[in-house]
Design a protein around this ligand. Structure first.
Ligand code: KG4
Ligand code: ZN
Length: 336
């Protein structure tokens, strides 16, 4: 089964053709990052407008690269939640129009389920159940992936998402949006023990909190400025990456131990972070756990991951009609 998938929930206009949930026949991503960078973050209205402008080209290119015609597609899938609502609606409406005109099934996909499914593309042998640490610009969850379309969230962030914390800390240190990847890059030239950043105190075992960490970076930077001193950006980047990794992996490892999970995965934009990947690899090797990491190009937003998840949604009968609407928020275990 060959599914055309569309992703437009944030600042990437993306389309892909994926076969049977596992084989990427094409994947096209048009990123708007350069344009949003000058505003220090994604401007929702600009994102929507760029999706409108680029959607046709991106979809046509994905079909062309898959060496197919639109008539040969078996279904149309689209990210229908969560995300910037104006941006989501561009993809949803386009997918509806295409599905209607071609007479093909329409499959709505939860964006975060798509991030989890990026692992199915990277690891042909991976099947649920497994425990997943989902860390993106908008979400930080520890979720049991019970089967392809059922999840149980056992932990989540109480405030900022991990990616948001990276981007805010990076901005404070002078990096353009989205600074997470830059912070990661320069951190390897720094000393992770130079700055003492706080560990959040949370009374539940598997939840996260990152706002205190972000505030600590802001305060340390301002205090240094007031004293006429400067923060060593490389050391701060290393200290920050190390602390976020301690927090994320520490709680995830505890959850896996408590649940007896020996098959674990990372997902979402922050799963590209080299500190988190290295820690996961090191700890899983020590514990004898099987670790699944999405390949780097599938960590960030793309449509191939949506096409993978769509196959399993289709198998489960989770289709939509022409009354499908986009949603800005939606729980991972909720249904369209
Ligand atoms: O999953 P994603 O592409 O978009 C959302 O669904 O939110 O995640 C984007 C987030 C951004 O906050 C970005 O800074 C962060 O992932 N990110 C990283 C790295 N690469 C991307 N954060 C830390 N280290 C990285 N290497
Ligand atoms: Zn995402």
């Amino acid at each position: 089964m060959r599914i055309l998938s569309i992703e437009s929930s944030c600042d990437e206009t993306a389309a892909a053709v994926v076969e049977d949930g596992r084989k990427v026949l094409s994947s096209v991503v048009y990123t708007q990052i350069e344009e949003h960078r000058k505003y220090g973050g994604v401007v929702p209205e600009i994102a929507s407008r760029r999706h409108v402008e680029h959607m046709v080209d991106v979809v046509e290119e994905a079909i062309r690269q898959a060496s197919m015609t639109k008539e040969e597609l078996d279904a149309i899938a689209v990210t229908a939640a969560p995300g910037l609502i104006g941006a989501v609606l561009v993809g949803v409406n386009f997918a509806k129009g295409l599905a209607l005109s071609l007479g093909k099934p329409l499959i709505p996909v939860h964006h975060i389920r798509g991030h989890v499914a990026a692992n199915y593309l990277t690891h042909p042998e991976l099947t649920p159940p497994f425990l997943c640490l989902i860390v993106s610009g908008g979400h930080s969850h520890i979720a049991q992936v019970l089967d392809y379309t059922h999840y149980h969230i056992i932990g989540r962030t109480r405030d900022d998402a991990a990616g948001e914390a990276f981007d805010k800390a990076a901005r404070c240190l002078g990096f353009p949006y989205p600074g997470g990847v830059e912070l990661d890059r320069i951190s390897h030239e720094g000393d992770p023990h130079r700055y003492q950043l706080p560990t959040p105190k949370i009374d539940t075992p598997y939840d996260f909190s990152f706002s205190g960490l972000k505030t600590a970076v802001v305060n340390m930077t301002h205090n240094a400025q007031q004293k006429g001193e400067t923060i060593d950006v490389k050391d701060m980047a290393a200290s920050f990456c190390c602390k976020v990794t301690d927090i994320l992996w520490g709680r995830f490892e505890k959850a896996a131990e408590d649940l007896g999970a020996t098959s674990v995965a990372l997902a979402g934009g922050v799963s590209a972070n080299s500190w988190l990947r290295a820690r996961a690899q090191e700890r899983c090797a020590q514990k004898g756990w099987k670790l699944y990491l999405p390949e780097l190009k599938l960590c960030g937003d793309n449509a191939a991951m949506i096409g993978s998840q769509a196959y399993y949604e289709f198998q489960a009968g989770n289709l939509a009609g022409m009354d499908l609407n986009g949603r800005p928020y939606m729980e991972l275990d909720d249904h369209f």
